[in-house]
Design a protein around this ligand. Structure first.
Ligand code: AMP
Ligand code: MG
Length: 411
């Protein structure tokens, strides 16, 4: 049995970036993709000096001494709505009505927000001086200079990245082909969600959940089905999965039970088994192997919570790295104060699921109500974090600080 940190190191060392093929996809289909080349723009951002406020474009020197008792009077000679090109130049003693995003007219260097002014016809009084020249002006190129990298290769494309690509008029986006990840379930007791349950049977929830998490995280999720606890069929299914996919994730069949064949079959199929068990709870029997052509195999425990916890803790970081995503690959950990006492056996790094409340430096962890059994997938629903109790610690008192791994919505 090796530690969680040692296991993570072994897995991330084996999961080198694959150098997947690059394809061009239209911008509207790029969400979730992995940027395969750095993107540059011929445009500066902002494209021109513009106003950050609704107000008046002025010459700073004219208004530097303005105050409530000594308002400065200016003449408004023009108005510049967003999208229009300013005509003429503003001279000393003059101002231009300007709206947020409008181009700054020639001769001006500062914007005075509307709230600091009073106006009557074309007469404008500035009642407060801006703190410095350039106030409320968004200068050309101050966000980004043309020719520099705008978005770097290896970035996962989410909503903000789509916005940047659209603003840069990047219509076709270079993305890596998706990593092919197969999901296989093992167990005589498993049935599909739409089948009638007989006594002793349960739904193969792991397969559905893992496929969904993989798609959500931007991978090509391949359903490899569910196989009975039969050596020959399992071997065939594993071999087929390794053949077809870059990474295979199976669940079940990795414990010490009579029908737990996964580990020995990995040996038989020519895999190099690098991890046979990890000092983690839940998830101790996690098995990890590599195959020729740098293929990876994760044998997750069957218990639904164990399968998901080990997926989040070990599999997802490896898939991120393998697909070419830039680091950090590992989950995010925050410090929170636990609402209730947390117990552990002290022998394994213990991950307890629950929700994180609060914000900033004042985060609290509330363990899920009900059974903390690794077979209880019901109260895992709604969890947003896993409190981590290190090896050697048996008790965390209510009010103590604890490290919590973020899980929900963190692709
Ligand atoms: P195993 O690791 O095969 O010994 O399975 C441990 C527990 O997890 C057993 O109670 C199984 O019924 C359950 N289990 C195994 N595979 C799945 C699955 N795909 N979906 C839901 N539960 C499973
Ligand atoms: Mg089983």
């Amino acid at each position: 049995m090796i530690s969680v940190d040692a296991a993570e190191t072994i897995i991330l060392n084996a999961a080198q970036p694959l150098g997947l093929e690059v394809e061009q996809v239209p911008l509207h289909r790029a969400i979730g993709g992995l940027l395969a080349k750095s993107v540059e723009s011929v445009l500066d951002f902002p494209h021109w000096d513009n106003s950050a406020m609704d107000g008046y474009a002025v010459r700073y020197a004219d208004v530097a001494n303005a105050c409530e008792d000594n308002p400065i009077e200016l003449e408004v000679i023009t108005e510049i709505p967003a999208g229009s090109i300013p005509q003429g130049s503003i001279r000393s003693g003059q101002a231009a009505r300007i709206l947020t995003g409008s181009m700054l007219p020639e001769g001006t260097d500062t914007v005075v927000m509307q709230e600091w002014t009073t106006r009557s016809g074309d007469r404008l009084h500035i009642n407060q001086s801006p703190p410095q020249s350039g106030h409320f002006v968004r200068h050309q190129g101050s966000f980004y200079r043309s020719g520099e990298p705008l978005l770097r290769s290896g970035l996962r494309i989410g909503g903000p990245e789509i916005a940047v690509l659209a603003a840069a008029q990047c219509l076709m986006v270079p993305v890596f082909k998706k990593l092919r990840v197969g999901v296989l379930s093992t167990g005589d007791e498993l049935v599909l969600p739409d089948q009638v349950l007989q006594p002793g049977q349960i739904v193969d929830s792991n397969q559905i959940a893992l496929l969904a998490l993989l798609s959500q995280a931007g991978f090509e999720a391949i359903a490899l089905g569910s196989v009975k606890d039969d050596r020959t069929s399992l071997k065939q299914a594993m071999e087929d999965g390794i053949d077809r996919c870059d990474v295979v994730i199976s669940s079940g069949g990795v414990s010490v039970g009579d029908y737990d064949y996964v580990e020995e079959l990995l040996d038989e199929l020519g895999g190099e088994v690098l991890i046979r068990s990890i000092a983690i709870k839940p998830g101790k029997p996690l098995t990890f192997a590599t195959f020729p052509e740098e293929k990876l195999y994760f044998g997750l425990p069957g218990n639904p919570v164990s399968a998901l916890v080990t997926f989040w803790r070990f599999v997802l970081p490896a898939l991120r790295k393998r697909s070419g995503q830039t680091s950090p690959w590992s989950p995010l950990f925050v410090t929170a104060i636990t609402h209730q006492p947390l117990k552990s056996d002290g022998k394994r790094e213990n991950y307890l699921w629950g929700t994180i409340l609060g914000s900033g430096d004042d985060l609290q962890f509330c363990p899920a109500m009900g059974s903390g059994s690794s077979g209880n997938l019901v109260n895992l629903a709604g969890s947003t974090g896993l409190a981590v109790i290190p090896v050697g610690r048996t008790m965390v008192e209510a009010g103590d600080r604890i490290s919590v791994m973020l899980v929900a919505g963190s692709p």
